[in-house]
Design a protein around this ligand. Structure first.
Ligand code: T1G
Ligand code: NAD
Length: 655
């Protein structure tokens, strides 16, 4: 099919764009649309035009692949102006999603209709930019400043029924969209055509509206703040002046390092669920999923699977533990329903369908089983021996171990080709990162099934080779060592945390340890020492031995009042560490950040050299989706590659 075709439906021309996979608005699409306006205007048989798209969605916005390239005319604002200025009125017929420039083109049309399940949005801030083709001017003219601000500053799309109520679209069209739209347009042409959206009034907005928008902009980062200023300006000046300001601000944001970093993340996230090595490999059908262990991780994993609409069977070692696991899962699903993630009755139905067992025979029908029992090789091996007997030979068996070698867990399995590691992160129903760890015998279909599960759960799946801590926890160990090296060099705990928060992490490395508990890593080190491995003493060990495990003991790297999570610098910690650290020697935050990022990038390069990760972008995704690395910085490998992170001085101590 050609990029653009025009069919006649009586006096209505139906223009169909076909630019797979998502009808991104490339230079060719822009040229074709401008030509279509001229062609329909010149055709005396045409009284109105319906714009629709082939494939899975309406226009998904500007072609992000063109962002780093010199702009090619006609530019998107030219297309928007051509459509609004057309002699024959246009109607946008939306299915799938009208996003970014796609919605801006739809708002230049005199009419907009949509399929009931369509979505409409201006997600530009998620790419570090803002609407650049009249979105900040036309959207508030259609739905008011308050709702327009919420859509623009959060980048969150809205559903078509809401859009109709708000006045963003004129009608919902069931059945054949093009036919329905043509019929509606023919009817509408019997009455006077509405004025163009740009001609509608937009007055100053109430102070409380802007105050609410300011709160949203604070959370949205730099692009959201610029978008808010542009929106505010649009309510104060005539349309043309505001349009010029919008374009200036958009182009400035598009050239920003944050926008470049966010585009890197955008494409990395879309490549993650479809590794090239698995092209053509069919995953197994995922009907029922088994989860062994209903503790912290098992309950989270089971909840994630239920929220994704999968049938779940939970296996615990006894009825008391099973009851605790089911209660945790129930709380998670009811909380999701309370937040509007799914209807309450649907949550209850899914909970009622949860299989609950204390014998592995209960998992016999499962297509995939995830083990999340104690981090103990003997316990895990016993569980897999039971599953080997209870499940079908082709049932995929996965371990959620954090640190054990999956090859050791797989020893003795009758069908190791169906086994691998699936490393979820806590809380498992929230954290998007999923590390997928094949063993040498893992079959491609098993691996493809794991990636398919990741996609079904809305995770960001990243394949990891086998090493201590896989990709994420290995880098975490390196950066914790670097943070302690800074302490030994005389930098304070608070300085390190403040510097990393200033860079964009929500919490610094020491605050994070207090939140999760210092004892988890301590026990892992003690376990290695018990096995005769040489593991250097860490400053964290000193604290744990003094009973300071973090917030759970009201003291870790910081002190905590019994009724507050507010960290307070601790005199006891200063005394405990005094023999091991230099006299206070503050460092500029930029240098602290440089050293920490250099440590991450150095460990990432070692991971790449060892073939543990497939590429630097995957390491970036691990850090962003598993450890809070700020998205708008692109990840440690991107940040180092982009020359944004000077090589820090040689590391002070070994980890
Ligand atoms: N440009 C280029 N490629 C895109 C693209 C885009 N806008 N959107 C998706 N792709 C590619 C993606 O990389 C993948 O490629 C394939 O399409 C399928 O994507 C002036 C400036 C539309 C909801 O932010 O939200 O307009 O890996 O796996 O799950 O104001 O894609 O197959 O080679 O995500 O069905 C604003 C971003 C741009 C929309 C479909 N628009 N895209 O989801 O498919 S800025 C966006 C999405 C803008 C104007 C400004 C989703 C989707 P490959 P996918 P999906
Ligand atoms: P947990 O102690 O909270 O839960 C373990 C559960 O396993 C308990 O409910 C226990 O009753 C159950 N169990 C033990 N033996 C069993 C058996 N034979 N059959 C069925 N159930 C059994 O532990 P957790 O934090 O959920 O960790 C579980 C696994 O996940 C560990 O391997 C851990 O390394 C890994 N993991 C933990 C985290 C984390 O942040 N906690 C993150 C990623 C991975």
């Amino acid at each position: 099919m050609s990029l653009l075709s025009i069919a006649q439906h009586g006096e209505i021309a139906v223009v169909t764009l076909d630019n797979p996979p998502v009808n991104a608005i490339s230079a060719a699409v822009r040229q074709a649309l401008v030509a279509a306006v001229a062609r329909c205007d010149a055709d005396a048989a045409v009284r109105g035009v319906v714009l629709c798209c082939a494939g899975r969605t309406f226009l998904a916005g500007a072609d992000v692949k063109e962002f780093g390239l010199p702009p090619v005319p006609p530019h998107l604002p030219d297309v928007v102006a051509a459509i609004e200025g057309a002699a024959k009125p246009w109607m946008a017929a939306i299915h799938g999603a009208a996003l970014g420039g796609g919605l801006e083109i739809a708002m230049a049309c005199r009419f907009r209709v949509a399929a009931p399940d369509a979505r409409l949005g201006l997600p530009e801030v998620t790419l570090g930019v803002m609407p650049g083709a009249s979105g900040t001017l036309r959207l508030p003219r259609l739905i008011g400043v308050a709702e327009a601000a919420r859509m623009i500053l959060t980048g969150t799309p809205v559903a078509a029924p809401w859009a109709q109520k708000a006045g963003l679209i004129d009608a919902l069209i069931g059945g054949d969209l093009a036919e329905g739209a043509a019929a509606v347009l023919a009817e509408r042409l019997a009455a006077p055509v509405p004025v163009p959206v740009s001609a509608r009034p937009l007055g100053p907005c109430a102070t409380e509206v802007l105050e609410a928008a300011e709160a949203l902009a604070k959370r949205g980062g730099k692009a959201a703040r610029v978008a808010l200023e542009t929106l505010r300006y649009a309510t104060e000046v005539p349309y043309e002046a505001a349009l010029i300001r919008e374009r200036e601000n958009f182009l400035a944001l598009r050239a920003s390092p944050e926008a470049a970093a966010l585009r890197h993340v955008f494409f990395a996230e879309r490549a993650a669920p479809r590794p090239v090595a698995l092209k053509g490999v069919s995953p197994k059908t995922l009907g029922a999923v088994g989860v062994v262990g209903g503790g912290t991780m098992g309950a989270g994993i089971a909840a994630a699977c239920l929220l994704a609409g999968l049938k779940v069977h939970l296996l615990e070692r006894d009825t008391a533990s099973l009851g605790r696991g089911r209660d945790t899962i129930g709380r998670t699903l009811r909380s999701a329903a309370a937040r509007g993630k799914l209807p309450v009755e649907e949550a209850e139905a899914r909970l009622a369908g949860l299989g609950a067992h204390t014998d592995a025979a209960g998992l016999a029908a499962c297509d995939l089983v995830i083990e999340a029992v104690f981090e103990d090789i003997a316990v895990k091996r016993q569980v897999f021996a039971d599953l080997d007997r209870a499940c079908r030979p082709d049932t995929v068996l996965a371990t959620n171990t954090s640190y054990l070698d999956p090859r050791r867990i797989a020893q003795g399995l009758s069908h190791p080709e169906r086994f691998l590691g699936l490393h979820f992160f806590s809380p498992a129903h929230v954290m998007k990162l999923l590390e997928i760890i094949p063993v040498p015998q893992t079959a491609p279909a098993t691996l493809a099934t794991a990636f398919a599960l990741g996609g079904r759960l809305g995770k960001v799946p990243v394949q990891s080779g086998i090493c201590e801590g896989f990709i994420g926890n290995r880098i975490l160990k390196r950066t914790r060592a670097e943070a302690e090296a800074l302490l030994r060099a005389g930098v304070s705990i608070a300085e390190v945390d403040a510097a990393m928060r200033g860079f964009g992490f929500r919490m610094g490395p020491f605050e994070t340890q207090d939140l999760g508990g210092l004892d988890i890593a301590y026990l892992q080190r003690e376990g290695a020492r018990a096995e005769g491995l040489e593991v250097a003493e860490t400053l964290g060990d000193i604290l744990v031995r003094a009973g300071r495990k973090g917030q759970k003991t009201f003291g870790g790297w910081y002190d905590y009042a019994t009724d507050s999570r507010q960290p307070v610098t601790s005199a006891e910690v200063a005394a405990l560490l005094a023999p091991h650290v230099a006299a206070p020697a503050p460092l500029p935050p930029a240098l602290i950040v440089a050293r920490m990022l250099a440590a991450m990038a150095a460990e990432g390069r070692a991971i790449l050299d060892e073939g543990i990760a497939g590429g630097p972008a995957e390491i970036d995704l691990v850090q962003i989706h598993g450890y809070g690395f700020p998205r708008e910085k692109g990840g440690p490998m991107y940040h180092a590659e982009a020359g944004l992170c000077p090589e820090a001085p040689v590391r002070a101590t070994a980890s």
